[in-house]
Design a protein around this ligand. Structure first.
Ligand SMILES: Cc1cc2nc3c(=O)[nH]c(=O)nc-3n(C[C@H](O)[C@H](O)[C@H](O)COP(=O)(O)O)c2cc1C
Length: 381
């Protein structure tokens, strides 16, 4: 492990390292939120506003961080969220992040918008992973994607419902974000100062949308694919489409992007194994509340009917405990592991997991929480 990685003691430190190592356009793509970024900020400030209750005089030698998530054993009460373009934070980023997750006994979700394809990841790892589905206008392509995820033995399908159109991130426009990057003088100069990143991406298996390339008729080069993607997000996507997906995928379905109790009730009635309370990490509806503030009403609405996973804004083990205290069953990490990936590839992702595991473990000890499976709201002050 490099000295800088050893000295990274928090996710904030990994973020700093990632910023130094990854070209600005890709770092900001991961780091920023949509429009004014008010939801991105609320995701953090609302976590930090929740005080934990310090307890003393209780034997806390035994602490159990393991649980089940969507029907699968998990060494920790969190899994990895789907992240588009992981392979642009570090070459083969999806494979490296999946390996780190599996080595730690937790689950990894591959995005539709990944650089490594479903087949690349399946070939490179030993255990099944989850696949995240974006429902595109081209339903034939969606049908094929689902079949490919089944052929790759993915153990759950995570259907993202909060991106039927793209919330704008100003930075992506200003930076000329594309895959590969727009060849502007600023981008060239920036990449020239990030040789370790350039080498890792150059050595990586793929440099474009792995799940798309070669699977869409007449779309051969990267710019054609990028144009296709920009027109494919589907504003007509609705609950009836979910019934169609259910027919194609008889296995476990996780519905991602639930922020409203009314939607949560509908989602629970679809028979989904779990729902993810998520505002896409503050990247979609700017002005939406933080997920941690939206959680209690959703727990009240469907807590007994379906499993509730929460993401958006989790940067510490303390945040994980706060989410469990307010009724989430488990969490997804997004940027927390992406910063690790950008900072140092697989070792950086492992570092991110170690940091959050360590923080959670100590926080459980100091709040007299013996198991992540029975965290009650009285953990909060
Ligand atoms: C760079 C980036 C790319 C993302 N790509 C996807 C994606 O392809 N599919 C998806 O469902 N969510 C995607 N998300 C949202 C994440 O799955 C997750 O909801 C979010 O990152 C959680 O917030 P956090 O980053 O604050 O932990 C992305 C998030 C980021 C930061």
């Amino acid at each position: 492990m490099s000295t800088s990685l050893r000295k990274a003691t928090s996710i904030a430190d990994l973020r700093t390292l990632a910023e130094q190592r990854v070209p600005r356009a890709f770092f900001q793509y991961a780091d920023h939120g949509s429009y004014t970024q008010s939801t991105l900020r609320a995701n953090r400030t609302d976590f930090e506003a929740l005080d934990l209750r310090q307890r003393i005089g209780i034997d806390m030698e035994e602490r159990d961080l393991s649980t089940m998530i969507a029907g699968e054993p998990s060494a920790l009460p969190f899994a990895f969220a789907p992240i588009g373009l992981c392979g642009m934070q570090h070459g083969d980023g999806e494979i490296l992040a999946c390996r780190a997750a599996h080595a730690a006994g937790i689950q990894f979700t591959l995005s539709t918008m990944s650089i490594c394809s479903i087949e690349d990841v399946a070939q490179a790892v030993e255990k099944p992973f989850w696949f995240q589905l974006y429902v595109m206008r081209d339903r034939g392509f969606v049908r094929d994607l689902i079949a490919r995820a089944a052929a790759a033995k993915c153990s759950a399908l995570m259907v993202t419902m909060d991106l039927t159109m793209l919330g704008q991130r100003h930075c992506d426009i200003k930076n000329g974000l594309s895959v590969p990057l727009d060849i502007t003088a600023a981008n060239l100069l920036d990449v020239a100062t990030k040789p370790a990143w350039a080498l890792s991406v150059w050595r990586g298996k793929r440099k474009t949308f792995g799940n798309l390339a070669g699977h869409i008729k007449g779309m051969d080069n990267v710019s054609q694919l990028a144009t296709w993607v920009s027109k494919q997000f589907d504003p007509t996507f609705n609950w009836r489409d979910l019934e169609w997906i259910r027919e194609l995928w008889p296995g476990r379905i996780i519905i991602k992007g639930v922020m409203d109790p009314q939607d949560a009730r509908i989602a629970a009635k679809t028979g989904a194994t779990a729902i993810v309370v998520s505002n896409h990490g503050g990247r979609q509806l700017d002005g939406a509340p933080s997920t941690i503030s939206a959680l209690p009403a959703i727990v009240e609405a469907v807590g007994g009917e379906t499993e509730i996973i929460l993401d958006s804004g989790i940067r510490t083990g303390q945040d994980v405990l706060r989410a469990l205290a307010l009724g989430a069953h488990s969490c997804l990490l997004g940027r927390a592991y992406i910063y690790g990936l950008g900072a140092a590839g697989q070792a950086g992702v492992t570092r991110a997991i170690d940091i959050i595991r360590g923080e959670l473990d100590i926080t459980m000890g100091l709040t007299a929480t013996t198991s992540v499976r029975n965290v009650r709201s009285d953990v909060l002050a």
